[in-house]
Design a protein around this ligand. Structure first.
Ligand SMILES: [Zn+2]
Length: 247
């Protein structure tokens, strides 16, 4: 089929009167609309619309989509202690799948075709992460699962793992999805407050071993002084660290 929007983003500029051919879910042709129209078996006109590549949601916690509206008037710590921790402790695997499917569908409807899900409801395994991955497959979004590694004992029990075991599980998940172009797994030691130095190091070692990116949440007071450094754990060469907001 061919899409004919009022404007199409090409090379960083919006251009009028272009037809975008699509087959098997891929863009196959970009041609002036007049020339393309003759050969087009099926052209979908999109008046008043602009056509552009999908955007990336670089940080979310998909299961939290089910907590919306709860504690909106609380500050972060109040919301964490009175909403996030108690409600996420009651979420079963079906709820985790449902929250992810809801979040991913909403993103797709608004033009985000890739999502980084910073996921930490592990229950000492990978089955919950697999439920999120299944939700991505079922909705069609491209998923980067930042598989969190958490061992701060102030957090709910189901978030927490031993560093060595967490590293093994992340490695297993990376291997299980290595050949899937729609799914990417990254180790994600939660943060300097949610992960011990041993956990952060374990995550970094997984990233090095599998040549993946490495995600860690960064509280505002602990922003890297410059690229490649981190004040809380200065002994680690954060070659590929991507810092994230801290919840
Ligand atoms: Zn967050």
């Amino acid at each position: 089929m061919r899409l004919a929007a009022e404007l199409t983003l090409v090379g960083g500029r919006f251009e009028p009167e272009l037809g975008v051919g699509i087959a098997d879910g891929r863009v196959t042709e970009l041609a002036p609309l007049v020339a393309a129209a003759g050969a087009a078996p099926e052209t979908l006109l999109l008046p008043g619309k602009a056509l552009l590549p999908g955007t990336v949601n670089a940080h979310c916690h998909s299961f939290q989509s089910l907590l919306r509206g709860l504690g909106d008037d609380l500050d972060f710590i109040g919301w964490r202690d009175r909403v996030l921790y108690p409600y996420s402790s009651r979420l079963d695997r079906e709820g985790i799948y449902l929250g992810a499917a809801f979040a991913f569908t909403e993103m797709l409807l608004h033009g985000a075709t890739t999502c980084v899900d910073f996921f930490y409801l592990q229950d000492e395994g990978n089955e919950n992460a697999q439920a999120v991955i299944q939700a991505a497959r079922d909705t069609g979004i491209r998923l980067v699962l930042a598989r969190a590694m958490y061992d701060w004992d102030g957090a709910p029990r189901r978030y927490r793992e031993e560093p060595r075991v967490a590293a093994q599980r992340v490695s297993e998940l990376i291997r299980a999805h290595a050949s899937d172009p729609m799914i990417t797994i990254q180790p994600a030691p939660h943060s300097p407050h949610g992960a011990s130095a041993a956990m952060i190091r374990a995550g970094w070692e997984v990233a090095e071993a599998h040549d993946t990116a490495f995600t860690i949440a960064s509280p505002p007071a602990l922003k890297p002084a410059r690229p490649g450094t981190f004040p809380a754990v200065p002994q680690l060469p954060f070659r590929s660290a991507a810092t994230q907001p801290w919840n």
